[in-house]
Write a protein that binds this ligand. Structure first.
Ligand code: UDP
Length: 238
């Protein structure tokens, strides 16, 4: 593709759980640490980030509690914008230029999502943070990660996880026989019903032949390592 600078370009998915450090709200220490790791890679790698919002609201949960699903999902998407702004702040503090692009128009706080502009930002060593998911109720930030990765021609989707260091045959926190996998195909991930990302995200990456690396947040410097292309965690391929 024409916008290829010869540098590695990645799409990093950070779930809301990561931002909250397991709690509601934003753990500034955690976000600062992630921002510093991302910052250390800029200049070598082009980085875009999709942030989740589960540390604030999940539409499905609000809807179970009686709210209209679409409105609940709008609330969920707004939560991802708060996380985006937090990450932006700590990246800027680390000396990195950033742009937040929101899928819901809110011109006072973020640019609109314009994929070609996002690519230009990355070419200029700016980190682009995609907020507000797809701007569509009933979607997830997992699915959006795959979609954005495709649209900005990322080489790989990087999925940072809390509490696990890769993909296992079963949940390692519940099943002592769970085995760590180092390589996996999308077909296997779909067949084994691996819940690390949603099925739509796996399918999109599979159909368009983009690889996905799932890794644990807890290892020292793991976010930077994944961005730089270290073979940590589990690689999922078509
Ligand atoms: N959401 C949505 N459409 C999108 C992305 C997100 O409606 O395209 C809503 C949905 O309610 C979801 C919430 O935003 O529960 C937070 O996103 P997600 O659950 O994907 O965040 P994560 O689990 O990664 O923290």
């Amino acid at each position: 593709h024409k916008d290829d600078t010869g540098r590695r370009r990645v799409l990093l998915k950070l779930s809301g759980e990561v931002f909250g450090g397991g709690q509601v709200g934003i753990s500034t220490d955690v976000v600062r640490g992630i921002a510093e790791q991302i910052a250390s890679t800029i200049g070598k790698v082009e980085v875009a980030v999709v942030v989740g919002g589960g540390n604030f609201f999940r539409g499905a949960e609000l809807s179970e509690a009686g709210m209209d699903r679409s409105r609940a999902d709008n609330i969920g998407m707004l939560g991802t914008v708060m996380n985006s702004l937090a990450l932006q702040d700590f990246l800027e503090q680390a000396g990195i230029d950033t742009r937040v692009q929101s899928a819901i128009s809110m011109h006072q706080v973020a640019e609109s999502y314009i994929p070609r502009r996002a690519i230009r930002h990355m070419q200029k060593d700016r980190v682009v943070i995609f907020g507000a998911g797809a701007g569509l109720p009933y979607f997830s930030t997992d699915t959006v990660s795959a979609q954005r990765a495709l649209e900005i021609h990322a080489d790989e989707v990087l999925v940072a996880k809390n509490g696990v260091d890769g993909i296992y045959t079963a949940d390692p926190n519940k099943d002592p026989n769970a085995e760590r996998l180092y390589n996996l195909t999308y077909d296997e991930a779909l067949k084994r019903n691996i819940r690390v990302m949603d099925q739509t995200a796996f399918s999109l990456c599979k159909d368009n032949n983009v690889t996905m690396r799932v890794f644990g947040m807890q290892g020292e410097g793991n976010v930077a390592r994944a961005i730089l292309g270290d073979q940590i965690g589990t690689l999922v391929t078509a």
